[in-house]
Write a protein that binds this ligand. Structure first.
Ligand code: SER
Length: 613
């Protein structure tokens, strides 16, 4: 490796150019962080996530070879953040074959990119393949491709499903064996034999061979087509390519960490302080991207808003640990906006919201924090004489109430209880967490299918109900524009098998008459039995045809445009850019009813509605 630093933008460019220009892939625009029409997950967790319908066999307007940069959030390991490697937000570079090339070509391209484009030496690379089990055979095919490229058997490990199988992202959906690529980050020469348990071998890329669909019954059936889904971790590659020890030492974070030290007025940091720095910068980077997303949510006590609140509040707590008291979230967010906005232009467009929400949450938290600590201390003192009896002495819902009333995040309650000796071991900690979760679940908005059910449907439900509600969403969108005006634009859509939820910009509460009018228009179009069809075209063509929807896509990228109501007899009722799927005729919806119209956040209204009742 030479001394020239590889920048994040270089890496994005090199990846996309390699797959687009050299290997015939079409570059598509990464999706929103907040998944549309997929109630089964809170955030987009991988590049493949928005592509599920196409991995299942639906034709993609851009063809069979795709590549992109996808912003992702994974919250499973949120408590691990603070070490050298865990991140909540990250960027995934990906390339896909939708029933086009398979193992051999995918691996050859990966090899070429690693060794030629990035110039990594085979001496520092190792690979793993699926060992095989009763669901699928050992992946000798992939191993042979690696061997033929010059990889020695010592550097190929065969590992079980736990390691070398990817997906489904929900409970059901596309999945398959994968082959993973590792880079040696230890001092000196890499060991001859690859040991996947040695943390100095860092996984940087993953080629998944999606050829199965996991069913609700837990069986693996062959998919209509054999797909490839690859994901390269941008932060990891940037780290190893620049010889850094962690992503926090790269250009992605160094300015923010410098600013933290400036604000905290210190220059040397021990491990404890560094951990706080990593938590602050990881969490505020994720928060910046959530607030800067085109389907942004704001801090709240449910769903994505709750994750966002936890991220910001945990950052603030660690801010205090390093000696920063007030108004810093906004400042650090400003650095992320500045450094990321060339590629993620939405951050600049939404910077006002990012800054004001960060500042408001910090202010709210500051106010309640002091009160809350006093209440918690008082309660602990009250039961001090019964301390030996354990945590049972607190009211069952006490821990949750500390959150509901004082906005105390669960980890903070635990920390306070630990510091004062109430929590002595992992068992005590589990007790508090379980009590908290119990009441937290009850509190979650029941109308949104419930927290448990949320994860039970599998990724991207394309059931008949969901498809009907999706079509109803288009009719509703058009009807709202007819009744309220052309300023109405979609700001979010979330569909479960039970109902649709549609967020749109509109400054005031709708009157009962307006609601009735919208309902009537949609019902009329259902009665009119409008045919539903789609065409693929460029964004410019879609604009020309007056299609509604998000015109956010790469230059020249083809999109699907769904039209409702065009045939010999009729003119178009609605035309909208959308991936689908939809019903064939609006009569399938039978009827439409609005259950609720309410405020979602400033200037955004929310409608919940059902069909077929
Ligand atoms: N879906 C796979 C992953 O997340 C490859 O993109 O690693």
């Amino acid at each position: 490796m030479n001394n020239q630093k590889l920048t994040a933008q270089d890496l994005r460019n090199r990846y996309i150019n390699f797959f687009a220009k050299k290997h015939g892939h079409r570059e598509i625009k990464g999706a929103s962080l907040i998944p549309e029409n997929d109630p089964t997950v809170l955030f987009t967790t991988a590049g493949m996530h928005p592509l599920v319908p196409f991995l299942m066999g639906a034709p993609h307007a851009e063809g069979k070879r795709l590549t992109d940069v996808q912003k992702c959030i994974r919250t499973d390991d949120i408590d691990e953040v603070g070490d050298m490697c865990h991140l909540t937000f990250f960027e995934m570079l990906g390339n896909w074959s939708l029933g086009d090339y398979f193992k051999e070509e995918a691996i050859k391209m990966s090899f070429e990119f690693l060794t030629k484009e990035l110039g990594l030496s085979l001496k520092n690379l190792a690979f793993s393949c699926f060992a095989g089990d009763s669901d699928a055979p050992k992946d000798e095919e992939s191993a042979n491709v690696w061997r033929n490229l010059g990889v020695s058997d010592d550097r190929i490990a065969f590992l079980p499903k736990k390691n070398n199988w990817w997906g489904p992202a929900g409970l059901t959906g596309p999945c398959g064996p994968d082959t993973e690529m590792f880079f040696w980050t230890g001092e000196g020469e890499a060991p001859k034999k690859f040991d996947s348990d040695d943390a100095k071998w860092v996984e940087i890329w993953n080629d998944v061979f999606m050829q199965y669909n996991k069913t609700a019954e837990g069986t693996y059936e062959p998919l209509k087509q054999q797909n490839v889904d690859t994901g390269m971790g941008l932060e990891r590659v940037l780290t190893v390519m620049n010889g850094a020890k962690s992503p926090f030492e790269t250009e992605l974070f160094d300015e923010v960490i410098k600013e933290i030290r400036l604000l905290g007025n210190y220059s040397e940091a021990n491990e404890e302080i560094q951990k706080s720095e990593r938590i602050i910068s990881d969490h505020l980077r994720a928060g910046t991207f959530i607030l800067g997303d085109r389907f942004a949510v704001t801090p709240s006590n449910v769903d994505q808003g709750y994750v966002l609140r936890r991220l910001i509040r945990r950052a603030i707590r660690h801010g205090r640990k390093v000696g920063i008291e007030v108004d810093f979230c906004r400042k650090l967010a400003g650095i992320f906006v500045k450094n990321y906005c060339d590629f993620y232009t939405e951050l600049l467009e939404n910077q006002e919201r990012i800054f004001s929400e960060m500042a408001m949450e910090e202010e709210r938290f500051g106010k309640t924090l002091n009160n809350g600590i006093a209440v918690l201390k008082k309660e602990m003192t009250k039961f001090e004489s019964q301390k030996s009896e354990g945590l049972n002495v607190f009211a069952e819902n006490f821990f949750f109430e500390m959150f509901a009333t004082y906005g105390f995040p669960i980890e903070m309650i635990i920390e306070e209880l630990e510091n004062s000796g109430w929590i002595k071991d992992a068992k005590d900690k589990d007790f508090v967490t379980a009590n908290f979760d119990k009441f937290f679940k009850e509190h979650q908005d029941l109308s949104r299918a419930g927290a448990d059910k949320k994860f039970a449907g599998g990724l991207a439900d394309h059931s008949e109900e969901v498809t009907k509600l999706h079509t109803a969403t288009h009719l509703l969108h058009k009807a709202l524009r007819t009744v309220l005006g052309e300023h109405v634009e979609q700001r979010g859509s979330n569909i479960t098998a039970e109902r649709l939820r549609f967020d749109f910009c509109h400054g005031e509460k709708m009157t009962p008459e307006q609601i009735k009018k919208v309902e009537d228009i949609v019902n009329e179009q259902i009665k009119n039995a409008l045919p539903v069809s789609y065409e693929e075209m460029t964004v410019d063509e879609a604009k020309e045809k007056g299609a509604m929807g998000l015109f956010e896509s790469k230059y020249g990228e083809k999109v699907k445009v769904y039209t409702m109501g065009e045939d010999e007899k009729r003119t178009v009722f609605s035309r909208e850019i959308c991936g689908g799927p939809h019903v064939n005729n609006t009569s399938e919806l039978k009827s439409f009813k609005i259950l609720k119209e309410e405020s979602s956040s400033g200037g955004i209204r929310r409608i919940k509605a059902v069909v077929g009742v």
